[in-house]
Design a protein around this ligand. Sequence first.
Ligand SMILES: [Ca+2]
Ligand SMILES: [Ca+2]
Ligand SMILES: [Ca+2]
Ligand SMILES: [Ca+2]
Length: 476
Amino acid sequence: MKRKLKGLLGMAVMVATVLSTAGTIPSMAAEKTETEDNNRLEKASSLSLNENMKGSLSDEDDVDFYKFEIPDDGKVSITFKHEYAKGSFTTDEAILWKSQIYNAEGENLLVSENYDEYAGKNKEEQEGRTIGLPRGTYYLKVEKGQFDHSEKEYTLKVNYTKTDDYEIEDNDVQKRAFSIPVNKETYGSLMTASDVDWFAFEIPDDGKVSITFKHEYAKGRVTTDEAILWTSQIYNAEGENLLVSENYDEYAGKNKEEQEGRTIGLPRGTYYLKVESDSYSGKEYMLKVNVSVPDMGWINMLDGKSYWYEGKVRQGTYDDPQGVLGDGTVRGREICDMSQKDDAGQDGVWFWLDSVYNGAKATGKEVWMPYIYQNEAEWSEEDIERIAAESDYGMEGMGRCVRDAIKNKDGKWVRYDNDGKMLKGWVEIKGDLATAYPDQKGNTYYYDTRTGLMAKGWVKIDGKDYFFDEVTGVLQ
Ligand SMILES: [Ca+2]
Ligand SMILES: [Ca+2]
Ligand SMILES: [Ca+2]
Ligand SMILES: [Ca+2]
């Protein structure tokens, strides 16, 4: 008797369900409902973007395919919604539905692999992760979870926004990299732990490059707050890893601050950025390739050498018109970096750009510099002051550098230390510089405190006479 009653109750519930469904038909007309049989991709129900679609898995073998068109490249996510549901055998944590995006070739794009992992335990709507898709025809497949299913009605919506700043899949290999502008924010996500996102960017002039990477607080699936969730690294066109940001977001798991990787100098050209998962997070990330080209200043290139640029052009090379010395040779160029202070605390430090090394800053090197203002050898003191003042007008303090450079009409031997700075005053040379002259006795030199001219022969310094070797300049 008891058993029969239960059966009757079950029937009553079924009837009630049918009635209530019938009663909501008018409002449902506004929302589309799947059309069976849609169990195969070829029979997919058409779905409009950004509109709700209702369906249900009528039994555990039911599969519902939906078809939608992406009119322009843009980003897509799936909202999946249902009332509280519980499977037959499983716990509240069970996945009762799975819904995934396929392309026209029937390839699973895995966009929502795990997005409804909470489907069983609540009726909140779930929005899967976002994927950037090129325009075209796509399919959404809804099927039962791996171990369990529910016959309850579900509502789904394909959210679409046209974008030009969201990575477009498939960009998993370098040759399909998504092109991005520099100094502008680009967004993306790793859809799965195996997703890889390649970006291509162009540097029009030699410049300094760093990567900004930003995301909301995120935590990996199995790991601690300290986990690295993403890695992103710069590659050249040959596919060589330039190691720019090896560890730059090593704090990715534990905060939502933006991370800026180290700055490297790169010659103009096309480069690539590869973002991939370490300890995985599917959250959206923002990245920006920061490129700055100094109007006047140094770029430390990946070869470990420093180069000086003026007006975006590398100086001190064989092509540098100012690299032609007074003796007609091209060996490089002496420059005054006004952003640095010399040992005496004055603005302006002299460096030597060595044409032998394509303009690289010379370090630990002795240089013979002929008089480079030979055409102006007859300048008066007034002329020199005028030129110096004009130089100051362009860059405060530059006049002092110019004034110093116009002196030494007989040319000069100067020396640059291991950091590349021109030596000034009393110097004891040890190490790399001294090894160039292993036979010399002593290692004390004196260089003019303004021009860097190496003292030779008898020289009066601070009222006292000293004698320096006529050839090597060593104090005797
Ligand atoms: Ca169905
Ligand atoms: Ca179906
Ligand atoms: Ca991606
Ligand atoms: Ca990808």
